[in-house]
Design a protein around this ligand. Structure first.
Ligand code: SF4
Length: 684
């Protein structure tokens, strides 16, 4: 953590607070950027008046300091804690380890006023660990009952004990991320904190608990750095009237990388029920209940509930198998997401039975863990195999069966996957859940991103996120000189639908790549990536560092070293490389877009969206998302004011299709070049 200032500035009233804050930062050698101060003022005002603000601030505009300053000044006046949410760990860490300490050094916040929020599963559970370690010494129950785990169990025991010893000696603070060296995942699964088995303040180790210790710290922190998933979990708990994740009555919310929010919340609403896996799991649960009975821990209700769930699954399996037998493909989708009468009754029955079983099982596990004898730890260890999966299955079935009022509209389908039959539910958009969780609360967030607009307007984001009518919008003018770089759209005589697409693409790549420079090639599918790179001549292939060959950070480091040594290097990756990858200067002077970033067509979810939106589906449902993803991809080229280079688009649809001009207009202000690739008029 950075050195602390002598004292925190006392902000005087009736002066320009934003100006005072920027002057304090400038005394630390910071340079104010164009548009940055204006964004701070708009955020400050929106937070004080409590209305939502959407702000697009391109790379280089200094948006992080802009919103942090706006947020801390509003906090100074309204006293509400500030939660800053990001989509990526990289940005979360940048804010926590670099930006907030800088503000502390400038005297704008106290050095101990901010904390980094993590999910419960990243903390050590003292109570479970003690029981696991005690169980290793006193019981011989596991091998006779479950068999076959001897070596793995020994390794797990060893690492669990190691964690316990580090914790009790005070060498380790119980935070997964501060564990020195590699963590043994199975041992961690045995000793981590879990909501299902935590007794909260009824736990004898509550006062030592690292999870609750940090929660207490968060309650004192004035700024909490979190991620979108944690914020959404907190908002969902608040909407349900349950104990929230963040220990605040209310808070101010700053959401960076906000373009991800609707999709993250939509994905969070997805649920699945694997029929055959559920049947197998119920079989194992039966064995476990027998083991509990043999150990004298019998339960009256669970065997009956288990039997009811087993019976309720049989008609679902018969229905799913019958349905898929009549299908040509691997899935069957229910029209408008509505179950027909054949399905509705058995699904409702099974979901009720599964829910009752999941609740009784959790109740039983909680009671079991406070019975002190040698058999309990291993019984509980095995229970962890059932508790979470059965709870998830119950949730999946309730959503599929149209029993959860928050998840009625959506896509519902049955699919055959990896030998299982799965009943699937997926919300069509994030906006219904955001309305339910966020817009119905008193929190009015600031939503910021480098790419909130698509096709030049906020319309698509407004629709995806279900923004309330009083939302204000703001765009910070770009500061990077995109005009110094070129977007090259050469004539090509193949589209990605061509039967020999990889061969054509490989030839086009061969013509446009310069092996002596820093290049980034972006693909949409792993299959296309591997096939196409495999077709390149050896001299080019040898320059390629392909995503998946090594950890991403190791690949990028290798790329940096090669470029620093004055040679050329070609990074090759999928869409995850098109966001957050910062390759300034010589690290990237050429970006190649192999294919426009359309989503996967023909999935049950896309078909359901098409059904819902109708004839406007492509223009309203597909094009805006593609336009935003394209800007992200192109954004890898210019990261600093001195950067310049070229983007080559090897998807002919950008220059030839009816929607191509719309996509081009939505991109940064690059100079356009429609000339042929070097050495040819067109690729044949
Ligand atoms: S309070 Fe919960 S998480 Fe903490 S030690 Fe006890 S059981 Fe584990």
């Amino acid at each position: 953590m950075a050195a602390s200032p002598s004292k925190v500035i006392a902000f005087p009233q009736a002066v320009d607070l934003v100006e005072v804050a920027y002057q304090a930062l400038e005394r630390q050698g910071f340079t104010r950027r164009s548009g940055q101060e204006d964004l701070s003022r708009k955020i400050h005002k929106a937070l004080l008046a409590n209305y939502p603000l959407c702000a697009e601030a391109a790379t280089g505009t200094g948006k992080t300091f802009a919103y942090l300053i706006g947020g801390i000044l509003a906090q100074e006046q309204n006293g509400l804690p500030l939660v800053v949410s990001t989509a990526t760990v990289a940005l979360q860490e940048q804010i926590f380890y670099r930006d907030l300490p800088t503000l502390a050094q400038a005297g704008l916040i106290a050095p101990d006023s901010f904390a980094l929020s993590k999910g419960r599963n990243r903390y050590f559970c003292v109570n479970m660990a003690r029981e696991a370690v005690e169980g290793i010494q006193v019981t011989r129950l596991q091998p006779s009952l479950f068999g076959g785990f001897e070596d793995e169990a020994q390794a797990t025991s060893f690492f669990s004990r190691q964690m316990w010893q580090s914790w009790t000696s005070g060498e380790w603070n119980g935070d997964r991320d501060s564990w020195p060296g590699l963590l043994h995942e199975k041992a961690w699964a045995q000793v981590r904190s879990e909501r299902e088995t935590c007794a909260g303040n009824a736990c004898p180790d509550f006062h030592e608990c690292p999870f609750y210790r940090d929660r207490l710290r968060f309650s004192r922190a004035r700024i909490l750095v979190a991620n979108h998933s944690l914020v959404l979990a907190d908002l969902a708990l608040r909407a349900q009237g349950r104990d929230p994740l963040f220990p605040y009555g209310s808070y101010q919310l700053l959401v960076d990388e906000a373009h991800h929010l609707p999709e993250i919340v939509r994905q969070g609403g997805e649920a699945a029920f694997p029929v055959r896996t559920a049947q197998e799991l119920l079989g194992k649960l039966g064995l476990w209940l027998n083991a509990c009975q043999q150990a004298g821990k019998s339960t009256k209700t669970l065997p009956d509930l288990l039997e009811a769930a087993r019976k309720a699954l049989l008609p679902l399996r018969t229905l799913a198998e019958g349905l898929l037998l009549l299908q040509e493909g691997d899935w069957f989708r229910f029209t408008h997401g509505k179950l027909d009468s054949n399905w509705s009754t058995p699904c409702r029955q099974a979901s009720g039975d599964f829910q009752a079983l999941a609740e009784a099982l959790q109740d039983y596990a909680r009671k079991l863990r406070y019975q002190k004898d040698g058999t309990v730890p291993l019984l509980l260890e095995r229970a962890r195999e059932f508790l979470e999966p059965i709870e998830n299955m119950a949730t999946g079935l309730v959503r599929f069966a149209e029993r959860d009022p928050g998840f009625l509209e959506g896509a519902r389908w049955v699919e055959s996957q990896n030998g299982d039959l799965r009943l699937r539910y997926a919300p069509l958009q994030g906006k219904d859940l955001l309305t339910h969780w966020l817009w119905s609360s008193e929190i009015r967030p600031i939503l910021v991103s480098a790419t909130l607009k698509s096709l030049g307007t906020f319309d698509a984001f407004q629709e995806e996120a279900g923004l309330p009518p009083n939302t204000q919008f703001h765009t910070v003018p770009p500061v990077l000189p995109y005009q110094n770089s070129v977007l090259h759209c050469p004539p090509l005589d193949f589209w990605p639908t061509h039967p020999h697409y990889p061969q054509h693409l490989a030839r086009a790549l061969q013509r446009c790549l310069n092996p002596e420079e820093g290049t980034l090639i972006l693909f949409n599918s792993r299959q296309d990536m591997l096939r196409t790179i495999g077709l390149l001549p050896l001299a080019l292939r040898e320059r390629c560092l392909i995503q998946g060959q090594n950890a991403t950070h190791a690949l990028i480091e290798q790329h940096r070293q090669i470029i620093a040594a004055g040679k050329g290097s070609i990074l090759v990756g999928l869409q995850s490389f098109s966001e957050g990858l910062d390759l300034p200067g010589d690290l990237c002077t050429h970006v190649v877009l192999t294919r426009l970033p359309f989503g996967v067509p023909g999935t049950p979810l896309e078909e359901a969206r098409k059904e819902k939106i109708g004839s406007e589906w492509f223009r309203k449902g597909v094009l805006p998302t593609t336009a935003r993803a394209l800007v992200q991809m192109a954004g890898r080229l210019v990261r600093r004011t001195t950067d310049r280079g070229r983007i080559t688009c090897l998807d002919a649809r950008l220059r030839e299709s009816s929607y191509g001009p719309d996509l081009m207009r939505g991109m940064p202000d690059f100079r356009l070049d429609f000339s042929p690739l070097p050495g040819t008029d067109a690729i044949l």
